[in-house]
Design a protein around this ligand. Structure first.
Ligand code: C5P
Length: 220
């Protein structure tokens, strides 16, 4: 049997949205489908890696039985699962659309519509990618995503540096038919030397292959 390029490598992928509880029946969430992350997990596995996929709420199913899927709901759960799986990981690609804020307090009872106005106090969630960036050891490859509406490249480079990434995948909301919920995506990869490579709009499984090829290049 032919040895695959990532045989013996351990990979970690986060995908999907997170849901931050308001009360027993309500949450703050977003429209992330998880498609990009699931496609990356499947591509890494096809290349021979031992993949753990940490997924927020998503309707998607994996056809690849070799992927170890861990289902989580909130940013805090995703952080815990990511941290406990990070040591010994060779390649980590964080695609999840993690909520930036969560309700400061979760009501134990369903909130009633008694008043005409209702305020919700929010606090910042932990930045999972930045946390892994701090924990990162030599030889570990860490990849993040950026979705920007303005000053795209400059903002992406800031994130690459601040979060200690090996490269960042920029997808722009300005691109018709890209990013959220869509089957296609149009990306630019920016690495630590600020080298930029822009790709055509294409299906997310092909985008996943482009991203994994960049990982293979870095591994040498
Ligand atoms: O800072 P920003 O949210 O734009 O960064 C996006 C990148 O950081 C994505 O790779 C996303 O998965 C990751 N992220 C994270 N935890 C957060 C926020 C973002 O892992 N709380």
């Amino acid at each position: 049997k032919k040895k695959l390029p990532l045989t013996g490598k351990k990979a970690l992928v986060t995908a999907g949205p997170t849901y931050e509880a308001i009360d027993p029946v309500r949450f703050i969430g977003n429209h992330s489908s998880g498609k990009m992350g699931y496609a990356i997990a499947e591509e890494l596995s096809a290349l021979g890696a031992n993949v753990t996929l940490i997924s927020g709420p998503s309707a998607l199913k994996l056809s690849d039985k070799n992927i170890n899927r861990i289902d989580v709901t909130s940013a805090e759960e995703m952080l815990k699962a990511s941290l406990s799986n990070f040591p010994g990981t060779d390649i980590s690609i964080l695609c999840a659309a993690v909520a930036d804020y969560r309700p400061k307090e979760v009501s134990a009872l369903k909130i009633k519509k008694d008043s005409s106005e209702f305020g919700l106090e929010l606090v910042k969630t932990s930045d999972i990618l930045a946390t892994l960036g701090q924990e990162k050891k030599a030889g570990q490859i860490l990849v993040g995503f950026a979705l920007e509406t303005d000053n795209e490249v400059a903002n992406a480079i800031k994130k690459l540096e601040k979060k200690n990434l090996d490269f960042i995948v920029l997808n722009s909301l300005n691109d018709e038919g890209g990013a959220f919920k869509n089957d296609n995506n149009k990306i630019t990869i920016i690495d630590r030397n600020h080298n930029k490579e822009s790709f055509e709009l294409k299906p997310k499984n092909e985008v996943a292959a482009d991203i994994c090829k960049k990982v293979l290049d870095l591994l040498g």
